[in-house]
Design a protein around this ligand. Structure first.
Ligand code: NAG
Ligand code: NAG
Ligand code: NAG
Ligand code: NAG
Ligand code: NAG
Ligand code: NAG
Ligand code: NAG
Length: 275
């Protein structure tokens, strides 16, 4: 058995080779599940997803091309999905994680809503994730840090909440990172905001447009607290107020004691006999 493997018969090799060439494309159950579920979770009001119908999901590839608009193949597997600016609605199916050979996922500039599925962590070959300019909400999944080949994370212009997971700083290949114009809060992890060594650095434009996000390269503290001017104003104001109050108190005290004195004087004058 082992010997046969070491010196494979040329005829068998030829057979295997021709099989691989002749077969138009291997249908992959993972890709089929991925595409079927993705199509089911996405609404396509402009009818842009041409050929995204059930019979094509089982056999989506022909060489590097795909029968499915926006899909690219490699070795009979879906390796790129590029469905940008097609007015797509609906949500991202967690079954996207079944497209395990996916290297680039670009669903930018649509009207997709709902969360970013944490199941994307299973896309271990993913290098590009562009979900920018949609209406995605919920948190940025920390699990994305398990996609070790990620070069690009572009999530700008969505409605994402929560803080930026510091685990994303573990992605050593990251060269583009943009979470601007969301509803993120909390401190920017220094592993992303202030990367050390030779890693590409991300400037404020990657983080701005999030009301409650703080830390380098943005402002160090939450800016919705009291400003210095307000604190000075309150200090001066309360100083002035206490001055007025104590002045008034002194005045009243003086007036009362004056009245008392006058009354006392009255009593004294009453006791005094008339001349
Ligand atoms: C649509 O799919 C069919 C196979 O079902 C294929 O013959 C045709 O070329 C595809 N169209 C495009 C534009 O890829
Ligand atoms: C998006 O699609 C619309 C309509 O097809 C087109 O007018 C517009 O130029 C596209 N935008 C980009 C950035 O491709
Ligand atoms: C989709 O259709 C709407 C109107 O129905 C149009 O405004 C929009 O530009 C279309 N988008 C694309 C990408 O064709
Ligand atoms: C597809 O993904 C779902 C959710 O991640 C999983 O439950 C299912 O087993 C996967 N299907 C295949 C065929 O791998
Ligand atoms: C993501 O897609 C948008 C347009 O759809 C594009 O402008 C942007 O440059 C892409 N992001 C990256 C990092 O390539
Ligand atoms: C950024 O990191 C460097 C060390 O790598 C450190 O000296 C510096 O204080 C940090 N800057 C901020 C604003 O945290
Ligand atoms: C911030 O970085 C981007 C590239 O990531 C660059 O295009 C832009 O000019 C930079 N802005 C500043 C102010 O340095």
């Amino acid at each position: 058995m082992a010997a046969a493997w070491r010196r494979p018969r040329p005829l068998l090799l030829l057979c295997l080779l021709s099989l691989a060439i002749i077969r138009p494309s291997a249908s992959d159950p993972n890709d089929e599940a991925c595409l079927t579920q993705l199509r089911a979770s996405i609404e396509d009001p402009n009818n842009s997803l041409k050929n995204w119908t059930r019979p094509n999901f089982a056999n989506p590839c022909s060489g590097f091309d795909s029968h499915l608009q926006g899909a690219t193949c490699n070795n009979g597997r879906i390796y790129k999905l590029s469905l940008s600016n097609l007015s797509l609605r609906g949500s991202l199916s967690p079954s996207l994680s079944n497209c395990t050979n996916l290297q680039a996922l670009d669903l930018s500039s649509n009207a997709l809503s709902g969360p970013i599925p944490s199941e994307l962590k299973d896309l271990v070959n993913l290098a590009v994730l562009n979900l920018s300019s949609n209406q995605l909400n919920g948190p940025i999944p920390a699990e994305l840090s398990m996609c070790a080949y990620l070069n690009v994370i572009d999530l700008h212009d969505n409605q994402l909440t929560g803080s930026i997971p510091q685990q994303l700083g573990l992605l050593v290949r990251l060269s583009a990172f943009d979470v601007s114009n969301n509803q993120l809060s909390g401190m920017i992890p220094p592993s992303l905001g202030n990367r050390s060594g030779n890693f590409p650095r991300f400037n404020a434009s990657s983080f701005e447009g999030n009301k409650d996000l703080y830390g380098y390269p943005l402002e160090p503290y939450k800016s919705n607290g009291l400003s210095v001017l307000a604190i000075v104003g309150i200090g001066l104001g309360s100083g002035l107020l206490s001055l007025v109050v104590s002045f008034t108190a002194v005045c009243i005290w003086l007036r009362i004691s004056e009245q008392k004195m006058a009354a006392e004087e009255g009593k004294i004058s009453q006791l005094m006999p008339d001349y």
